[in-house]
Every structure is written in C-alpha cells, then in structure tokens.
Design a protein around this ligand. Structure first.
Ligand code: MN
Length: 293
C-alpha cells in the first residue's frame, strides 16, 4: 500500500487510478489532528480493513489536482545516519567537507558514532520548496536518502527482529549547511533550517520493499543526475540501524530514521529544482528559493 497526505489534511491511498481518500478510517480526535498519520501507523492492523474498504469504494482523485504534503508531518523523532555509504564517505574526506578531512583514521560510521537528530520542525512536503537562508558564501548540499518509518515501538530490539518494527519507507532529502574554515555550527542545526527535511512523496508499506538493501535512489539537480545509488551500498543496513538506536531510546510509531546518502552530494542554489526518485516511493521535485524571512 502507498500512502500520501494531501490538502486539506487528508490521507490517501495511491494506486494506478489516482488517490483514494481514506481519512475517515482514522477515528477522532486523531483524524482532525496533525497526528492522524502517527495514529494510522500505530493502529494499522486494526484500521486496515476499513482503509481497504474506503480505498475500494472511493472515486480516484488525480494526483496532479492536489498538493501533496509530507506523509508523516510530525514524527516524534527524526534520526539520521551520518557517513553510511562508502563512496559518500570517501568523497567527503577527499573534498575536505568532512569534519576531519584527510584524516588517516578509519572513517566513522553509524556503528561507531551512532546517529544525529534532524528537527521534525524542518519537515516539508513534495508540494513545498527548499528555502535557503541568506548566508553569503556558505554552501548548501542535497543528500537524497531512503527513510524508514517505524511501525511498532522499538526498545532494545535484536537486529534479527528489527525489520518487524518497520511500518514502511519514504524518501527524504537531508538538506545540509556545510561547515567551512570559519564556521563549525552543530550538525543538528545545520540540517534543521526550515524546509531542510523534505519528505515524500509517498509512504510505502514494508511489503512493497521486501528487501530494504536493494532500493534504488536517484537525485537530480535541474537536469543533472547527481546521485544514482542503492541502499545496497549502505555500510550499516536498516535492521542494524534500528537495533542500535533502540538500545539508546525507544523508537515510536511514525518516527523516521533516514539511512544516509549515496555519493554525489552537491551544492544547490536559489533557482534550482531538486528531484528525488526512490523505487516504489516515487518521485518529487522541489524548487530551491531564497528564504523570505
Ligand atoms: Mn544525510
């Protein structure tokens, strides 16, 4: 099943015909709240028959006639894997963009240094824009990533059980303000400016991507294909990421864990348009603008 959210605050199931509005499957008071999708994810097993009935009985709405919103607008937590792709790690070190450029030490991975947080308040959707703050001389990069959506709460789970805690997957652009010789802001802030976490376009249930280690990820800036990778290139795979994080805290239904970028990260500037395409999840294009505040 492929879920979307669309204006005004509706939840839909996407198929070849279009979007089927299944909002009514979510009981009040959650249905009318921004947490409707968190509730749907948490109670999916019991809500599923009603979701399927509504999807079968409703007229399809053309995708192009709606404004798509982020499928999970308010996860409690957005975890993010740093340096989780061999080729990307190499490009960061050789380009001098890594925190320890040129170091001879073994590169850090999520196995050694864990994860960082992106603020949920930085999430926007497929129908929005990436808005860059006016910071002359600073570089902003795209990182196209597959993000896991947690289904069942996960606390201290074994790697072998971890995938049973996954509800599904979505796309995430981890927009990043780079450090440079003069500037060393904390990573969570550099990655949490307003609109620096575009999510979507769909949330696909885990059965749609049965092998999370074989998911293609492509990203274009304008017409230029910048990233063309696969989750097969991850250093630490989805199950191990979840298991390791669940030893630190409890992952909650609806939480996002973005798995890390393939090689090919590059700068974006106002006037660009960034397109992320992930197998089954689909494709979204966001214009890049200068922030007006
Ligand atoms: Mn990233």
């Amino acid at each position: 099943m492929r879920f979307v959210r669309f204006d005004p605050d509706r939840i839909g199931v996407l198929d070849e015909a279009g979007i089927h509005d299944v909002t009514a499957a979510v009981p009040e008071p959650w249905r009318s709240s921004r947490y409707a999708m968190n509730h749907l994810v948490e109670r999916f097993d019991s809500l599923r028959p009603q979701i399927e009935r509504l999807a079968a009985d409703s007229q399809a709405i053309p995708v192009h006639s709606v404004r798509l919103r982020p499928p999970v607008p308010v996860p409690l937590q957005v975890l993010a894997a740093p340096n989780n792709n061999r080729a990307h790690t190499a490009e960061m070190r050789s380009s001098g963009l890594a925190v320890s450029p040129g170091s001879k030490d073994a590169p850090p991975t999520p196995r050694s240094i864990g994860w960082f947080l992106k603020a949920p308040g930085s999430i926007v959707g497929p129908g929005d824009a990436i808005e860059l703050p006016d910071m002359p001389g600073r570089r902003f990069d795209h990182e196209g990533e597959l993000a896991v959506v947690i289904g069942r709460a996960a606390r201290n789970v074994a790697e072998a059980d971890a995938l049973s805690h996954v509800f599904g997957y979505t796309g995430l652009i981890d927009v990043t303000l780079r450090t440079d010789g003069e500037h060393r802001e904390e990573r969570p802030m550099r990655k949490s400016y307003h609109s620096f976490t575009p999510v979507g376009p769909t949330l696909v249930t885990a059965d749609e991507l049965p092998d999370p280690a074989a998911v293609g990820i492509r990203l274009w800036n304008n017409e230029e294909l910048r990233q063309d990778g696969s989750t097969g290139d991850l250093i630490v795979g989805v199950a191990e990421l979840i298991s390791l994080a669940s030893r630190v805290l409890t992952l909650q239904p609806g939480d996002l864990y973005t798995t890390g970028s393939p090689a090919g990260v590059g700068p974006i500037r106002p006037g660009d348009a960034v397109t992320l395409e992930i197998d089954r999840v689909g494709r979204m294009t966001l214009p890049v603008r200068t922030r007006d505040w």
